[in-house]
Design a protein around this ligand. Structure first.
Ligand code: NAD
Ligand code: 44H
Length: 394
């Protein structure tokens, strides 16, 4: 059996490939970053470190890693694949889809290629399968687009495992090593699958998937965002420390209550059920065996402040369902003032520059999609004032 993974980053290496290798699959990564492709092919193996359970560590080997732009090889890999995954970051799905459209265009030149194939998105993003599908279809001629609809599924997974890059010291030993949470399930929407879903250890095909990814995104990731941006203001480095800071926990619990009410109303579930889901998120954040960093979770604040992303998206959902997202507005305020020491995160200094040069209304409008007259914009400004009163913001 063969599995293709678009992206060779932390989740691709530290979760999807891990499960595929455990199931005996031949793994082909397809990556856009040439130096990573080179390193993957040179090293030919890396270790997945399971945090708090080192007896479960695994060495991933015998894979190949293709350069995304090598369309012939990518098309060949797709042709032979039993299943394909993406884990490239939601904001890259459109670019990936355009390249994949070229590869599928070539494959559909062969009338005998009729084998069903499904692409499974593994992304924290709103409706990632839709973004990917639309991008691929946009470059296909009408007949090929019709064949794509018949033959190719695009479905979604909910990634609950966290995967953390090595520290510089760890990277010196194994630059491709990934540090992962001891979590092994990957729920996938069965209904959007084409053909028979292949058996892969940990992959759980579920019916009635609607809302699952949004619930995870606006519960777990809204919470991660809250803890990391407030944690940064409070000088915490580790997520578990920040998530145990009583001042932050008070706001975090407010976020869980707000999103909990809105999600329960939207999906017709009991608030108690949603709050139990939130409890599992809080337990994970506070678990000190998971060595995860405020910086990793806060990284790329412009994306994370997007109108559908974890903070503003959750807050807008609350407003739509009659809930005042006061705690979320405080988290958004903290994110707007995020400062990073990571030279590989250009989004943070860019946000700071824009805030200084263009002012808060421009950030709210152009980054968060909130016009000045939106009541949520006013709530965020109150959040900023509150953080200043507390002395967390200068
Ligand atoms: N790391 C986690 O704990 C975690 C957990 C749950 C979900 N996620 C989600 O998983 C996705 C990947 O996250 P990650 O942490 O692995 O990120 P990452 O930055 O480690 O990896 C992403 C990789 O995709 C590559 N890439 C970008 N565009 C590409 C393209 N068009 N084609 C091929 N490769 C491309 C990048 O070069 C990079 O190597 C994101 O959507 C993230 O939100 C991450
Ligand atoms: O991967 P990102 O950058 O979208 O978000 C950072 C974290 O919130 C995220 O990776 C979580 O750890 C993960 O989604 C597990 O809940």
């Amino acid at each position: 059996m063969k599995g293709v993974i678009f992206g060779a980053g932390k989740i691709a290496r530290g979760f999807v490939a891990h499960l595929l290798q455990a199931g005996g699959y031949e793994v082909t990564f397809v990556e856009v970053n040439p130096s990573l492709v080179q390193l993957m092919n040179k090293q030919q193996k890396y270790r997945v470190h399971v945090m708090g359970a080192s007896d479960k560590n695994a060495i991933i080997s015998d894979y190949e890693c293709l350069q995304l732009q090598d369309t012939d090889k990518v098309a060949k890999a797709l042709r032979g694949a039993d299943v394909a995954f993406t884990s490239v970051g939601g904001k890259h799905l459109t670019a990936l889809g355009l390249t994949l459209g070229d590869a599928f265009g070539r494959l559909f030149e062969d009338p005998n290629w009729t084998r069903p194939l499904t692409l499974v998105t593994c992304e924290n993003w709103k409706e990632p399968a839709l973004s990917l599908r639309e991008a691929i279809r946009s470059v296909l001629p009408a007949e090929a687009a019709r064949r794509f609809d018949d033959q190719i599924g695009v479905t979604e997974a909910v990634v609950m495992r966290s995967a953390v890059e090595p520290t510089p010291e760890q990277a010196a030993e194994d630059p491709l090593g990934v540090y992962v949470q001891d979590y092994w399930e990957l729920p996938v929407d069965r209904e959007r699958f084409r053909g028979t879903p292949p058996s892969i250890p940990g992959v759980r095909y579920i019916d009635g998937f609607a809302g699952f990814l949004e619930r995870k995104f606006y519960t777990y990731n809204a919470a991660n965002g809250t803890v990391s941006y407030l944690g940064c203001l409070r000088g915490h480095r580790l997520i578990a420390e920040a998530a145990s800071d009583p001042e932050i926990v008070r706001i975090l619990d407010g976020v869980y209550r707000e999103t909990g009410k809105a999600l329960a109303r939207k999906y017709g579930i009991l608030e108690t059920e949603q709050l139990a889901f939130a409890d599992s998120s809080r337990r994970k954040l506070q678990d000190r065996s998971i060595i995860d960093y405020v910086e990793r979770n806060a990284r790329d604040p412009i994306r994370k402040l997007g109108q559908d992303d974890r903070l503003v998206g959750s807050a807008r959902l609350c407003m739509n369902y009659g809930v005042q997202p006061v705690s979320l507005a405080t988290a958004i305020a903290a994110a707007i003032y995020y400062e990073s020491g990571n030279p590989d995160d250009p989004s943070a200094p860019e946000l700071k520059r824009r805030l200084t040069e263009e002012g808060i209304d421009s950030i709210l409008y152009h980054v968060c999609g909130l016009p000045a007259e939106d009541p949520l914009a006013a709530l965020v400004k109150e959040g900023i004032a509150d953080l200043k009163r507390k002395g967390w913001l200068k």
